[in-house]
Design a protein around this ligand. Sequence first.
Ligand code: ZN
Length: 108
Amino acid sequence: MTIHLFRCQDCGFRCFPVRLACRRCGGEGFEPVPATRGRVLGATPTSVGVAVVDVDVDGVRLVASCPVMPTVGEELRLAASSETSGSGSLLFVPGAQHTPAQESEQHP
Ligand SMILES: [Zn+2]
């Protein structure tokens, strides 16, 4: 699962979602930068069993949901995104490490 941050072509400032003009320099040229994981800055439990987390993704602070209560500094990976629907709703889950799920596959 990947989202795309947007990097200003003039100064390198990153944002999400894309803006009309760069907050730092006013530039209007952006290029998409793929991102798949982030680090927890803070987490707040909710009554519906998920946590609302602040995630630092390559220097961009995003608000996302997480099915468990993560610890601050924990690395999360992006599991789902409604980026295409425009709502910007993101789901991060623990487990940034790659799990060798395919390595036990049988080869006849
Ligand atoms: Zn800029």
